[in-house]
Design a protein around this ligand. Structure first.
Ligand SMILES: [Zn+2]
Ligand SMILES: [Zn+2]
Length: 415
Protein backbone atom coordinates (compact mmCIF):
# COMPACT_ATOMS: atom_id res chain seq x y z
CA UNK A 1 0.00 0.00 0.00
CA UNK A 2 1.42 3.34 -1.03
CA UNK A 3 -0.53 6.49 -0.28
CA UNK A 4 0.14 9.61 -2.27
CA UNK A 5 -0.95 13.13 -1.62
CA UNK A 6 -4.05 14.43 -3.41
CA UNK A 7 -3.45 15.87 -6.88
CA UNK A 8 -2.56 19.55 -6.78
CA UNK A 9 -1.67 19.48 -3.09
CA UNK A 10 1.85 19.71 -1.75
CA UNK A 11 3.88 18.81 1.29
CA UNK A 12 6.09 21.58 2.57
CA UNK A 13 9.03 19.61 3.71
CA UNK A 14 12.80 19.71 4.06
CA UNK A 15 14.64 22.67 2.55
CA UNK A 16 11.39 24.45 1.61
CA UNK A 17 10.37 24.85 5.23
CA UNK A 18 13.18 27.31 5.97
CA UNK A 19 12.09 29.46 3.03
CA UNK A 20 8.49 29.56 4.23
CA UNK A 21 9.63 30.41 7.72
CA UNK A 22 11.88 33.20 6.53
CA UNK A 23 9.35 34.69 4.11
CA UNK A 24 6.72 34.73 6.86
CA UNK A 25 9.20 36.29 9.30
CA UNK A 26 9.99 39.03 6.76
CA UNK A 27 6.29 39.70 6.22
CA UNK A 28 5.55 39.82 9.95
CA UNK A 29 8.44 42.21 10.57
CA UNK A 30 7.05 44.51 7.86
CA UNK A 31 3.56 44.30 9.35
CA UNK A 32 4.97 45.56 12.64
CA UNK A 33 6.70 48.45 10.87
CA UNK A 34 3.47 49.34 9.06
CA UNK A 35 1.32 48.98 12.19
CA UNK A 36 -0.75 46.06 10.90
CA UNK A 37 -2.31 43.54 13.32
CA UNK A 38 -2.88 39.83 12.81
CA UNK A 39 -6.29 38.29 12.13
CA UNK A 40 -7.08 34.58 11.91
CA UNK A 41 -10.33 33.43 10.34
CA UNK A 42 -11.64 29.88 9.79
CA UNK A 43 -10.72 27.93 6.68
CA UNK A 44 -14.37 26.92 6.28
CA UNK A 45 -16.93 29.60 5.38
CA UNK A 46 -20.43 29.69 3.91
CA UNK A 47 -20.16 29.59 0.12
CA UNK A 48 -22.63 32.46 -0.12
CA UNK A 49 -19.98 34.90 1.15
CA UNK A 50 -17.82 34.22 -1.89
CA UNK A 51 -20.70 34.15 -4.36
CA UNK A 52 -21.60 37.63 -3.18
CA UNK A 53 -18.13 39.10 -2.83
CA UNK A 54 -16.00 37.56 -5.57
CA UNK A 55 -18.94 37.48 -8.00
CA UNK A 56 -21.02 34.67 -9.48
CA UNK A 57 -19.47 35.01 -12.92
CA UNK A 58 -15.84 34.70 -11.96
CA UNK A 59 -13.75 31.60 -12.63
CA UNK A 60 -13.24 31.12 -8.90
CA UNK A 61 -16.92 30.82 -8.07
CA UNK A 62 -17.97 29.07 -11.28
CA UNK A 63 -15.25 26.42 -11.45
CA UNK A 64 -12.75 26.46 -8.64
CA UNK A 65 -14.38 26.35 -5.21
CA UNK A 66 -14.19 23.24 -3.06
CA UNK A 67 -17.77 23.52 -1.84
CA UNK A 68 -20.01 20.87 -0.35
CA UNK A 69 -23.39 20.39 1.21
CA UNK A 70 -23.17 20.17 4.99
CA UNK A 71 -25.38 17.79 6.98
CA UNK A 72 -27.75 20.62 7.91
CA UNK A 73 -28.28 21.53 4.28
CA UNK A 74 -26.07 24.61 4.16
CA UNK A 75 -23.40 24.97 1.50
CA UNK A 76 -19.93 25.41 2.90
CA UNK A 77 -16.61 25.77 1.17
CA UNK A 78 -12.90 25.86 1.80
CA UNK A 79 -12.01 29.53 1.50
CA UNK A 80 -10.68 30.37 -1.99
CA UNK A 81 -9.27 33.71 -0.81
CA UNK A 82 -8.91 35.71 2.38
CA UNK A 83 -10.56 39.10 1.89
CA UNK A 84 -14.21 38.00 2.19
CA UNK A 85 -13.51 36.08 5.40
CA UNK A 86 -11.50 38.95 6.88
CA UNK A 87 -14.32 41.41 6.20
CA UNK A 88 -16.93 38.93 7.41
CA UNK A 89 -14.94 38.68 10.67
CA UNK A 90 -14.67 42.47 10.96
CA UNK A 91 -18.44 42.84 10.57
CA UNK A 92 -19.21 39.76 12.73
CA UNK A 93 -17.14 41.30 15.53
CA UNK A 94 -19.15 44.51 15.42
CA UNK A 95 -16.72 46.59 13.33
CA UNK A 96 -14.49 47.20 16.38
CA UNK A 97 -12.42 50.04 14.95
CA UNK A 98 -13.21 52.82 12.53
CA UNK A 99 -9.86 52.24 10.92
CA UNK A 100 -8.61 48.70 10.93
CA UNK A 101 -5.28 47.48 9.57
CA UNK A 102 -5.20 43.69 9.46
CA UNK A 103 -3.14 40.91 7.99
CA UNK A 104 -3.74 37.18 7.64
CA UNK A 105 -1.54 34.30 6.66
CA UNK A 106 -2.87 30.88 5.78
CA UNK A 107 -4.12 28.18 3.44
CA UNK A 108 -6.57 28.91 0.63
CA UNK A 109 -8.14 26.37 -1.75
CA UNK A 110 -8.97 26.52 -5.44
CA UNK A 111 -9.52 23.65 -7.82
CA UNK A 112 -7.29 25.01 -10.57
CA UNK A 113 -5.03 23.11 -12.93
CA UNK A 114 -1.82 22.50 -11.02
CA UNK A 115 1.30 24.03 -12.57
CA UNK A 116 4.61 25.46 -11.45
CA UNK A 117 4.03 27.44 -8.28
CA UNK A 118 0.27 26.82 -8.42
CA UNK A 119 -1.41 24.38 -6.06
CA UNK A 120 -4.98 23.59 -5.07
CA UNK A 121 -4.06 24.37 -1.50
CA UNK A 122 -1.89 27.44 -1.45
CA UNK A 123 -0.64 29.87 1.14
CA UNK A 124 -1.56 33.51 1.02
CA UNK A 125 -0.35 36.49 2.97
CA UNK A 126 -2.97 39.18 2.84
CA UNK A 127 -3.57 42.66 4.17
CA UNK A 128 -6.79 44.65 4.54
CA UNK A 129 -6.95 48.32 5.54
CA UNK A 130 -10.61 48.85 6.38
CA UNK A 131 -12.43 52.14 6.83
CA UNK A 132 -10.46 54.67 4.83
CA UNK A 133 -11.14 55.89 1.32
CA UNK A 134 -8.07 58.11 1.28
CA UNK A 135 -5.68 57.55 -1.64
CA UNK A 136 -2.93 57.81 0.97
CA UNK A 137 -3.94 54.35 2.26
CA UNK A 138 -3.87 52.92 -1.27
CA UNK A 139 -0.28 54.09 -1.61
CA UNK A 140 0.59 52.86 1.88
CA UNK A 141 -0.78 49.38 1.11
CA UNK A 142 1.03 49.29 -2.24
CA UNK A 143 4.24 50.41 -0.55
CA UNK A 144 3.95 47.60 2.00
CA UNK A 145 3.26 45.12 -0.82
CA UNK A 146 6.27 46.37 -2.78
CA UNK A 147 8.53 46.32 0.29
CA UNK A 148 7.81 42.64 0.82
CA UNK A 149 9.05 41.71 -2.66
CA UNK A 150 12.20 43.76 -2.13
CA UNK A 151 12.92 42.08 1.18
CA UNK A 152 12.52 38.55 -0.18
CA UNK A 153 15.04 39.40 -2.88
CA UNK A 154 12.69 39.46 -5.87
CA UNK A 155 12.85 43.15 -6.81
CA UNK A 156 14.79 42.39 -9.99
CA UNK A 157 12.39 39.77 -11.35
CA UNK A 158 9.07 41.11 -10.03
CA UNK A 159 7.38 44.17 -11.49
CA UNK A 160 4.73 46.30 -9.88
CA UNK A 161 1.86 47.28 -12.17
CA UNK A 162 -0.97 49.60 -11.24
CA UNK A 163 -4.24 50.64 -12.84
CA UNK A 164 -7.56 52.19 -11.96
CA UNK A 165 -10.66 50.12 -12.72
CA UNK A 166 -13.01 52.97 -11.88
CA UNK A 167 -16.16 53.10 -9.77
CA UNK A 168 -19.69 51.89 -10.50
CA UNK A 169 -20.43 55.21 -12.19
CA UNK A 170 -17.61 55.25 -14.68
CA UNK A 171 -17.95 51.54 -15.25
CA UNK A 172 -21.60 51.78 -16.28
CA UNK A 173 -20.72 54.18 -19.10
CA UNK A 174 -17.56 52.31 -19.97
CA UNK A 175 -19.42 48.98 -20.25
CA UNK A 176 -21.64 50.50 -22.92
CA UNK A 177 -18.57 51.54 -24.90
CA UNK A 178 -16.83 48.21 -24.40
CA UNK A 179 -19.92 46.19 -25.31
CA UNK A 180 -20.45 48.32 -28.42
CA UNK A 181 -16.83 47.64 -29.41
CA UNK A 182 -16.94 43.88 -28.71
CA UNK A 183 -20.39 43.02 -30.07
CA UNK A 184 -19.37 43.00 -33.78
CA UNK A 185 -16.62 40.49 -32.88
CA UNK A 186 -19.02 38.19 -31.04
CA UNK A 187 -18.56 35.29 -33.47
CA UNK A 188 -14.77 35.45 -33.23
CA UNK A 189 -14.46 35.58 -29.44
CA UNK A 190 -13.91 32.44 -27.36
CA UNK A 191 -16.84 30.90 -25.48
CA UNK A 192 -15.78 32.43 -22.16
CA UNK A 193 -15.59 35.90 -23.65
CA UNK A 194 -19.00 35.64 -25.34
CA UNK A 195 -20.46 34.86 -21.94
CA UNK A 196 -18.46 37.66 -20.30
CA UNK A 197 -19.75 40.05 -22.91
CA UNK A 198 -23.28 39.49 -21.63
CA UNK A 199 -22.60 39.29 -17.91
CA UNK A 200 -19.42 41.17 -17.07
CA UNK A 201 -17.51 42.64 -20.04
CA UNK A 202 -14.52 43.88 -18.01
CA UNK A 203 -13.54 40.23 -17.45
CA UNK A 204 -12.57 39.84 -21.14
CA UNK A 205 -9.24 41.36 -20.13
CA UNK A 206 -8.60 38.17 -18.11
CA UNK A 207 -8.79 36.05 -21.27
CA UNK A 208 -5.64 34.11 -22.09
CA UNK A 209 -7.01 32.75 -25.38
CA UNK A 210 -4.81 33.94 -28.32
CA UNK A 211 -7.98 34.05 -30.48
CA UNK A 212 -9.21 36.98 -28.41
CA UNK A 213 -5.92 38.77 -27.84
CA UNK A 214 -6.01 40.93 -30.97
CA UNK A 215 -9.61 41.94 -30.50
CA UNK A 216 -9.08 42.80 -26.82
CA UNK A 217 -5.93 44.77 -27.62
CA UNK A 218 -8.03 47.23 -29.64
CA UNK A 219 -10.72 47.58 -26.97
CA UNK A 220 -11.36 50.90 -25.21
CA UNK A 221 -9.73 51.07 -21.78
CA UNK A 222 -11.34 51.82 -18.43
CA UNK A 223 -8.39 54.06 -17.56
CA UNK A 224 -9.33 56.39 -20.45
CA UNK A 225 -12.93 56.47 -19.27
CA UNK A 226 -12.67 57.38 -15.59
CA UNK A 227 -15.04 59.88 -14.00
CA UNK A 228 -13.55 63.03 -12.49
CA UNK A 229 -13.56 61.66 -8.95
CA UNK A 230 -11.78 58.44 -9.96
CA UNK A 231 -9.32 60.36 -12.11
CA UNK A 232 -8.44 62.67 -9.22
CA UNK A 233 -8.17 59.79 -6.77
CA UNK A 234 -5.79 57.92 -9.08
CA UNK A 235 -3.58 61.00 -9.50
CA UNK A 236 -3.30 61.22 -5.71
CA UNK A 237 -2.38 57.54 -5.41
CA UNK A 238 0.42 58.05 -7.95
CA UNK A 239 1.61 61.17 -6.13
CA UNK A 240 1.95 59.31 -2.83
CA UNK A 241 3.65 56.38 -4.53
CA UNK A 242 6.27 58.84 -5.72
CA UNK A 243 6.61 60.29 -2.22
CA UNK A 244 7.02 56.75 -0.84
CA UNK A 245 9.59 56.07 -3.61
CA UNK A 246 7.71 53.08 -5.03
CA UNK A 247 8.53 52.23 -8.66
CA UNK A 248 5.64 51.05 -10.78
CA UNK A 249 4.44 50.63 -14.35
CA UNK A 250 1.02 51.72 -15.49
CA UNK A 251 -0.87 48.80 -17.04
CA UNK A 252 -4.28 49.94 -18.31
CA UNK A 253 -5.22 46.34 -19.26
CA UNK A 254 -4.79 44.89 -15.77
CA UNK A 255 -8.24 44.37 -14.22
CA UNK A 256 -7.57 41.63 -11.59
CA UNK A 257 -9.62 38.44 -11.47
CA UNK A 258 -12.11 39.62 -8.87
CA UNK A 259 -15.27 41.65 -9.33
CA UNK A 260 -15.15 43.67 -6.15
CA UNK A 261 -12.25 45.96 -6.95
CA UNK A 262 -12.99 49.60 -7.59
CA UNK A 263 -10.54 52.34 -8.49
CA UNK A 264 -6.98 51.35 -7.59
CA UNK A 265 -5.83 47.90 -8.69
CA UNK A 266 -2.29 46.59 -8.56
CA UNK A 267 -0.33 43.45 -9.25
CA UNK A 268 3.19 42.09 -8.90
CA UNK A 269 4.08 40.15 -12.03
CA UNK A 270 7.01 38.11 -13.22
CA UNK A 271 7.90 36.41 -16.49
CA UNK A 272 9.56 33.58 -14.58
CA UNK A 273 6.53 31.42 -13.83
CA UNK A 274 5.00 30.95 -17.28
CA UNK A 275 1.27 31.57 -17.39
CA UNK A 276 1.00 32.01 -13.63
CA UNK A 277 2.55 35.43 -13.92
CA UNK A 278 1.04 37.16 -10.88
CA UNK A 279 2.83 36.80 -7.55
CA UNK A 280 0.18 38.81 -5.82
CA UNK A 281 -2.17 41.69 -6.23
CA UNK A 282 -4.84 43.78 -4.70
CA UNK A 283 -6.88 46.90 -4.88
CA UNK A 284 -9.53 49.08 -3.38
CA UNK A 285 -13.05 47.86 -2.68
CA UNK A 286 -15.66 50.54 -2.16
CA UNK A 287 -18.79 48.39 -1.94
CA UNK A 288 -17.55 45.03 -0.67
CA UNK A 289 -18.07 45.72 3.03
CA UNK A 290 -21.68 46.78 2.52
CA UNK A 291 -22.29 43.88 0.12
CA UNK A 292 -21.30 41.57 3.00
CA UNK A 293 -23.76 43.31 5.32
CA UNK A 294 -21.44 45.86 6.91
CA UNK A 295 -21.44 49.66 6.93
CA UNK A 296 -20.93 51.68 3.77
CA UNK A 297 -17.18 52.09 4.19
CA UNK A 298 -14.29 51.47 1.86
CA UNK A 299 -11.18 49.35 2.15
CA UNK A 300 -8.02 48.45 0.33
CA UNK A 301 -5.92 45.30 0.48
CA UNK A 302 -3.77 42.74 -1.24
CA UNK A 303 -2.90 39.04 -1.22
CA UNK A 304 0.44 37.48 -2.02
CA UNK A 305 0.77 33.92 -3.31
CA UNK A 306 3.45 32.70 -0.99
CA UNK A 307 4.11 29.39 -2.81
CA UNK A 308 5.09 31.23 -6.00
CA UNK A 309 7.26 33.61 -4.03
CA UNK A 310 9.01 30.67 -2.35
CA UNK A 311 9.57 28.92 -5.72
CA UNK A 312 11.35 32.03 -6.97
CA UNK A 313 13.30 32.64 -3.75
CA UNK A 314 14.66 29.11 -4.09
CA UNK A 315 15.54 29.63 -7.75
CA UNK A 316 17.29 32.87 -6.87
CA UNK A 317 19.21 31.16 -4.04
CA UNK A 318 17.93 33.62 -1.50
CA UNK A 319 20.24 33.44 1.53
CA UNK A 320 18.33 31.83 4.37
CA UNK A 321 19.32 32.69 7.91
CA UNK A 322 19.79 29.31 9.49
CA UNK A 323 20.37 28.96 13.20
CA UNK A 324 23.22 26.56 13.85
CA UNK A 325 23.62 24.57 17.08
CA UNK A 326 25.53 26.44 19.78
CA UNK A 327 26.95 23.28 21.17
CA UNK A 328 27.35 19.63 20.19
CA UNK A 329 27.95 17.48 23.23
CA UNK A 330 30.41 14.66 22.64
CA UNK A 331 30.61 11.90 25.23
CA UNK A 332 32.56 8.76 26.07
CA UNK A 333 30.76 5.60 27.25
CA UNK A 334 31.56 6.57 30.87
CA UNK A 335 30.29 10.14 30.56
CA UNK A 336 27.15 9.55 28.48
CA UNK A 337 24.76 10.18 31.38
CA UNK A 338 26.61 13.30 32.50
CA UNK A 339 26.34 14.44 28.89
CA UNK A 340 22.58 13.93 29.02
CA UNK A 341 22.40 16.03 32.20
CA UNK A 342 24.44 18.79 30.57
CA UNK A 343 22.22 18.65 27.47
CA UNK A 344 19.15 19.38 29.59
CA UNK A 345 20.93 22.23 31.38
CA UNK A 346 22.21 24.03 28.29
CA UNK A 347 18.79 23.83 26.65
CA UNK A 348 17.19 25.18 29.82
CA UNK A 349 19.64 28.08 29.65
CA UNK A 350 18.43 28.85 26.13
CA UNK A 351 21.13 27.34 23.95
CA UNK A 352 20.63 25.17 20.90
CA UNK A 353 22.24 21.87 21.81
CA UNK A 354 22.63 18.45 20.24
CA UNK A 355 23.74 15.15 21.65
CA UNK A 356 23.52 11.67 20.18
CA UNK A 357 20.94 9.31 21.59
CA UNK A 358 23.22 6.28 21.65
CA UNK A 359 26.79 5.74 22.78
CA UNK A 360 29.13 5.86 19.79
CA UNK A 361 32.75 6.50 18.96
CA UNK A 362 34.23 9.97 19.52
CA UNK A 363 35.51 10.16 15.97
CA UNK A 364 32.07 9.47 14.50
CA UNK A 365 30.48 11.99 16.87
CA UNK A 366 33.03 14.63 15.87
CA UNK A 367 32.26 14.01 12.20
CA UNK A 368 28.55 14.56 12.76
CA UNK A 369 29.27 17.62 14.92
CA UNK A 370 31.12 19.04 11.94
CA UNK A 371 28.25 18.30 9.60
CA UNK A 372 25.78 19.97 11.98
CA UNK A 373 27.76 23.25 11.63
CA UNK A 374 27.67 23.61 15.43
CA UNK A 375 29.74 26.48 16.81
CA UNK A 376 31.35 24.40 19.54
CA UNK A 377 31.87 20.77 20.36
CA UNK A 378 32.01 20.05 24.08
CA UNK A 379 34.04 16.93 24.75
CA UNK A 380 33.20 15.34 28.07
CA UNK A 381 36.23 13.40 29.24
CA UNK A 382 35.98 11.51 32.54
CA UNK A 383 39.14 13.01 34.08
CA UNK A 384 38.17 16.57 33.24
CA UNK A 385 34.62 16.12 34.48
CA UNK A 386 36.01 15.02 37.85
CA UNK A 387 37.46 18.53 38.11
CA UNK A 388 34.22 20.00 36.81
CA UNK A 389 35.83 20.93 33.52
CA UNK A 390 35.17 20.18 29.86
CA UNK A 391 37.12 20.49 26.68
CA UNK A 392 35.54 22.96 24.25
CA UNK A 393 36.46 22.91 20.59
CA UNK A 394 35.77 25.90 18.34
CA UNK A 395 34.58 24.20 15.15
CA UNK A 396 35.56 27.10 12.90
CA UNK A 397 39.14 27.52 14.06
CA UNK A 398 39.62 23.97 15.39
CA UNK A 399 41.21 25.44 18.52
CA UNK A 400 40.50 23.63 21.74
CA UNK A 401 40.53 24.80 25.33
CA UNK A 402 39.64 23.48 28.73
CA UNK A 403 37.04 25.54 30.54
CA UNK A 404 35.30 25.33 33.86
CA UNK A 405 31.75 23.97 33.58
CA UNK A 406 30.45 26.88 35.64
CA UNK A 407 31.85 29.22 32.99
CA UNK A 408 30.19 27.44 30.05
CA UNK A 409 27.05 29.58 29.74
CA UNK A 410 28.98 32.82 30.05
CA UNK A 411 31.40 31.59 27.47
CA UNK A 412 28.64 30.67 24.98
CA UNK A 413 26.94 33.98 25.56
CA UNK A 414 30.03 36.10 24.99
CA UNK A 415 31.54 34.15 22.08
ZN1 LIG B 1 -15.58 56.75 -11.21
ZN1 LIG C 1 -11.57 35.04 -24.81
Amino acid sequence: MHFQRVKGFQDIYGEQVAYYRQACAIAKELFTLFHVEELNTPILEKSEIFNRSIGENTDIVEKEMFSFLDRDGSTLCLRPEGTAGALRAYIDNGCPKELERLYYLGAMFRRENPQKGRFRQFTQIGVEFIGSSSPFTDAEVISLFDNFFNKVGLSKIAHLEINSVGCADCRRKYYEKLTAYLTPFREELCGDCTRRLLKNPLRVFDCKNPKCANIINGAPLILDNLCDMCEKQFEEVKKYLEIFKVDYTLNPRMVRGLDYYTRTAFEMTTDRLGAASALGGGGRYDKLISILGGPDISGVGFAIGLDRVIALMMEENFAIEKRVPDIYIITFPDTFEQGAALLAEVRKAGFYAIMEYEISGVKAQMKRANRSKARYAAILGEDELKENKISLKDMQTSTQQIINLTQLFNFLRSN
